[in-house]
Every structure is written in structure tokens, then in C-alpha cells.
Design a protein around this ligand. Sequence first.
Ligand SMILES: Nc1ncnc2c1ncn2[C@@H]1O[C@H](COP(=O)(O)OP(=O)(O)OP(=O)(O)O)[C@@H](O)[C@H]1O
Ligand SMILES: [Mg+2]
Length: 241
Amino acid sequence: MLELKGVSKTFGGVKAVQNVSMTIAPGEVRGLIGPNGAGKSTLVNLISGLLRHSTGTISIHGEGVDKLSAHQRAHLGIARTFQNLRVFGSLTVQQNIDVAGYSGQASHRNGNDILREAIARFDLADKLHAPASSLAYGQLRRLEIVRALALRPRLLMLDEPAAGMNEQETDDLREALSWVRSQSDCAILVIDHDLKFIMALSERITVLNLGAVIANGSPKEVSENRQVIDAYLGEDYEHAA
Ligand SMILES: Nc1ncnc2c1ncn2[C@@H]1O[C@H](COP(=O)(O)OP(=O)(O)OP(=O)(O)O)[C@@H](O)[C@H]1O
Ligand SMILES: [Mg+2]
């Protein structure tokens, strides 16, 4: 459903993303990992249209989106959350979700039921009328995800959804995302530094280092890959595994 061919992005002299080619199938859960500054968030920004790539092509269901704005790509079903949370603090939880719904694709027949269940699965049902500014950090992260789901995405990109969450919250988040996966053929691209979370959630993992893809495979394959261990996982992880 998503295809990148030779996508690069430079900021001044920094090659943030270098010649990245990858495909994501409908319904696939893909992990995206790599050290700080590897280009993960930049890649999500390029796919969502927040940034323009310097070279290469990005297509969705075979349709090139290179010339489309972020807003137009959202209409095609690309939704994302941000590493630095972006919710409207003065609006209630419900209003934050509603705002997203208006800018998404035409609503599907069972869409509202699924959204209602998503609100429950992401543990926000008793917070709907609270201002978003009153939410705890983990709740804000979950609100961002539910808001993205209100767009009825075909591709949901999550930039460090488990950051700042404790182990229980992270487990609950993984279960809620597995539920999303079971409900639709929405593909999920998820970035996180919590390896236990990402390995348990993802079917395949792409590893970036210095902007380039250095590995792509099952969680087991990438965690045994020498280059990945040297660039990111480290010897301690190798021994623990
Ligand atoms: N808007 C920008 N202007 C200039 N340089 C940028 C910009 N955004 C990112 N970069 C640079 O691009 C590189 C990749 O950054 P990016 O934020 O994509 O990394 P990341 O893999 O998401 O890292 P982290 O795990 O710390 O979130 C870094 O060297 C960063 O400093
Ligand atoms: Mg990042």
C-alpha cells in the first residue's frame, strides 16, 4: 500500500534520509528503529508530507503522492502522531477527536462504532469531557492515536507512542494497537526505542542508521544482524537476547 523508491532528504549539509526504498503491505505492522538522529522522524515527515523529499518517489496504492500536500495525503488515508505531542489543550478529549474526524476520509458505515470502541480500548472513555490539558502524559499519547484513528487511516504512523510510558501502560498500548490491527487492514508504521514493545508488536522491522536502511526483516532477524547490533542494539542486548 505504501512504496518508497530512493527517497532522500538533506538539511543543509546533513543527509537525514539517504536513498530509502521500502514497501508496506495493507494490514502490516512495521517497526522502524535506529539510533537517535538516524532519520526515523524525518522519514515519517516525508511520508506524511510535512516535509518534501529531495529525491525519490513515494506512492500509495500505486498513486504518486510526491506533489500532494500533507492535507491531501491525510485525505488519502495517511495519519500520524508526533514525537512531540500536538493536542489542543483547551479542547476536550471528545472535541480533539471530533476535529480530526472532520478532516478525514468520508466516514465508513461502521466507523463510529469502531471509533467508540477505540476510545474504550485506549482507556479514554471516562475522560471524554475533560480538557486535554488535564490529561496525564500517557493519556495524551493515547488521545493522539485515537485522534489519528478518527481519520479512518489506511496507514497510521506512530512516532514513539510508548515514550514516557511505564511497563503496564506500554503493555496496554501494545494490546490496543493489536486490536486496531485486528479491526481493519490499516497498515501501521511504528517508531520506538522500547525494543521489547517494538519486537512484540511488529511483524517486520526496518532499521535506519545515518539516514540509510541497514536491515529489514523479522524481529528475530534484525536482532541477530551484526550491523544492527553494532549500530544500535549493542552487545548488552545481544547477550540478554
Ligand atoms: N527540520 C530540520 N532541520 C535541520 N535538520 C534536521 C531537521 N529535522 C531533522 N534534522 C536532522 O536530521 C537528522 C535525523 O533526525 P530525525 O529527527 O529524523 O532522527 P530520529 O531518527 O527521529 O531520532 P530520534 O530517535 O532522536 O527521534 C538529524 O541529524 C537531525 O538533526
Ligand atoms: Mg525521532
